[in-house]
Ligand binder design. Structure first.
Ligand SMILES: Nc1nc2c(ncn2[C@@H]2O[C@H](COP(=O)(O)OP(=O)(O)OP(=O)(O)O)[C@@H](O)[C@H]2O)c(=O)[nH]1
Ligand SMILES: [Mg+2]
Length: 618
């Protein structure tokens, strides 16, 4: 029998969720604590410990840790090392948990039991959450839970964390005194798992997951699979323009009216200019891109939840191998399309140190969503809305091309950095999860979260940087009888003109130079900064959200394409560089990466500018 602690011992105060990757730990964590940590259908979503608070039925509180998934306590990657260290009480900043909730997927019981049996040997009290019971049921996979519970000597709570099922039972179980599992037989873990599976499940007669296998026959096919991947990406970028356009038009209109309603009653003067040119022009010009950002994230969330991503990684393994990386680097790189910061963190799942550093160094090359407003602004202004064959939009095609250029550059950069040497680990280590219909509620919550993050950025970083830029663009005031717009005499104007000799060869004017500086803090600010600079530069009042037509009237195609090329590579936002420093613990790598990316950006813009002029796009 299990050796229960004395009955008087209180319920545990420090509890950790531990288990195999993709078993549903974070889903349970969110249900128990009310948090909104990221959940997705592939291994290695959580890469650092996250803390939350669970309220027990008696009103007391327990501190709950969500940990990265691990296959065993023999950690092979930095994220697994965190889990090992916490479980064994060796983590520098985390005391050993008083109870481990081992999350075991009922639909993948054979694999997950191995880790449970290993955990049972470390002398820590254990409670088992037998999650994904719905999937097991769908596969007609029966588990004799009371029998397994008695055989293991640990409490087992069946759960479906998607639907909160079993969460209340888990809360009650947490209130009980923790129990250290009894000693296991001396036989190997494999033999024990075999015995448990044959005695307490119907594994031998339950069907395999035929549907997943059938879908995989197409998805992982060398020809059809690649064609499907291409079609998925193509639809994704086309829809960024087509689906988002009506909502964008609506927002543009709404902001123009709001601007007019707020600003018109004010007398001319500094406050009028600050609101009109600094706040409304700046924030409005970026906020209108919300629909496009949401369309992009809709696809990212659907792909993450469906289980398709690791398959895409599998398909691209050969391509990645040609760059000296394994498909394992694919998911960190793909996360970088949302933002390079979680992408760089996700590189913790890459086991080999060299591959991990190279993945981190090329992550900023993947096109983060902050670049979308710049791309969308310039594409809408300079690329005609042609449609070929009734469904291929030229604008979407150019966007696709910009993403493809970034990916290709990343592959070439990785090849240079790995000096063509073969990848150190192989994709076969990657676990393919079952396919799942994305949960509409999860998709909606994910989108609302992204909208909140985006609008919070607009309302904080972007507005404050723009107000600062407005101040620099208005002071010092112009001399009496000035012949040019006031901004030309201001500090911002002077800085722009100082930078001009460096950037004129790549087709940038002084207004673009001014916008590059705040763009270092957050790339979208380049758009709001351009809106402010041009609004202040204009002789009559220019509405915030009509920046596109203004630029297309004033810039040459060569300049616009050169700026697009610039943003494929640079600049790094400061927070990316800071996370890179933290994750690699090396300033040298950060300096090397930042310098190379600036050099690449300059060269790409130079080439684009002169080629376009040569071809007649002056
Ligand atoms: N059908 C079903 N799906 C679930 C259940 N619990 C979680 N999921 C899904 O399983 C996937 C993985 O869930 P996560 O909570 O991210 O898993 P995790 O264990 O935290 O994964 P890592 O952080 O990568 O170790 C997600 O797509 C969830 O929506 C469940 O009980 N039933
Ligand atoms: Mg997780």
């Amino acid at each position: 029998m299990s050796s229960a602690l004395p009955a008087s011992s209180p319920s545990p105060r420090r509890v950790a969720l531990v288990g195999n990757p993709n078993s549903g730990k974070t889903s349970l964590f969110n249900q128990l604590t009310g948090s909104r940590q990221k959940v997705a259908n592939y291994a290695g979503v959580t890469v650092e410990r996250k803390e939350g608070c669970v309220t027990l039925p008696d009103g007391s509180h327990v501190r709950l840790l969500d940990l990265p998934g691990a296959y065993s306590l023999q950690a092979t990657s930095p994220d697994e090392a965190i889990t090992r260290d916490v479980c064994l009480g060796q983590h520098a900043k985390e005391a050993k948990p008083e109870l481990i909730i081992c999350v075991v997927s009922a639909s993948n019981l054979r694999l997950h039991l191995r880790f449970l049996l290993e955990l049972m040997q470390i002398g820590c009290p254990i409670l088992v959450a037998l999650n994904m019971m719905d999937e097991a049921r769908r596969q007609n996979f029966d588990i004799d839970v009371p029998g397994l519970e008695a055989a293991l000597g640990v409490k087992i709570v069946p759960t479906v964390s998607l639907r909160k099922s079993g969460v209340s039972a888990l809360r009650h179980a947490l209130a009980a005194p923790p129990e250290v599992p009894p000693a296991r037989p001396a036989t190997s873990i494999y033999a024990q798992v075999d015995a448990l599976m044959s005695q307490y499940t119907n594994e031998s007669v339950a069907g395999d997951n035929h549907l997943t296998d059938r879908i995989d026959r197409v998805v992982l096919h060398p020809v059809w699979g690649m064609a499907l991947l291409f079609i998925v990406l193509f639809i994704m970028f086309q829809s960024v323009f087509t689906l988002a356009q009506p909502a964008m038009d609506f927002l543009e209109n709404a902001f123009s009216r709001l601007g007019a309603a707020v600003v018109s009653p004010l007398p001319d003067g500094s406050l009028h200019s600050l609101l009109q040119n600094g706040v409304i022009a700046g924030a409005g010009s970026v906020a209108v891109f919300l629909p496009q950002i949401l369309v992009l994230f809709f696809w990212i969330i659907v792909l993450e939840e469906s289980g398709y991503l690791p398959r895409a990684a599998f398909m691209l393994d050969r391509l990645m191998a040609s760059a000296g990386l394994s498909g394992r680097s694919f998911i960190p790189l793909l996360s970088s399309f949302a933002c390079a910061i979680p992408g760089i963190m996700a590189a913790r799942t890459v086991q080999h140190p060299r591959d991990r550093i190279v993945t981190i160094m090329i992550a900023p090359l993947m096109t983060c969503s902050a670049r979308l407003p710049i791309y969308a602004l310039l594409i809408a202004a300079f690329i005609p809305r042609h449609v070929y064959f009734g469904f291929i939009g030229l604008q979407g095609l150019v966007l696709f091309g910009l993403y493809a250029l970034a990916i290709l550059s990343g592959i070439i950069a990785a090849r240079v950095l790995t000096r063509g040497a073969a990848a150190e680990e192989h994709i076969l280590m990657l676990e393919l999860p079952p396919y799942r219909w994305p949960n509409p509620r999860a998709v909606l919550i994910g989108l609302l979260q992204r909208a909140r993050i985006f609008l919070a950025r607009v309302g904080t970083v972007i507005v404050s940087l723009n107000v600062l830029l407005w101040a620099l663009s208005c002071f010092p005031p112009p001399p009496l009888h000035a012949s040019q717009p006031a901004i030309s005499y201001s500090l911002a104007g002077k800085i722009g003109h100082w930078m001009l000799p460096v950037f004129a060869p790549i087709g940038f004017n002084w207004q673009i130079c001014v916008s590059l500086i705040p763009g270092l803090a957050a790339r979208e600010v380049a758009v709001s900064a351009l809106a402010t600079v041009y609004a202040l530069n204009a002789t009559e009042d220019t509405a915030a959200t009509v920046l596109g037509p203004l630029l297309s009237a004033q810039w040459s195609l060569a300049t616009a394409l050169s700026l697009l090329a610039w943003y494929v590579y640079a600049p790094q936002c400061f927070s990316t560089l800071a996370v890179m420093r933290r994750e690699t613990n090396s300033s040298k790598i950060v300096v090397k990466t930042a310098f190379s990316l600036f050099a690449l950006a300059y060269m790409a813009s130079l080439l684009t500018y002169h080629m376009t002029r040569f071809l007649g796009g002056a």
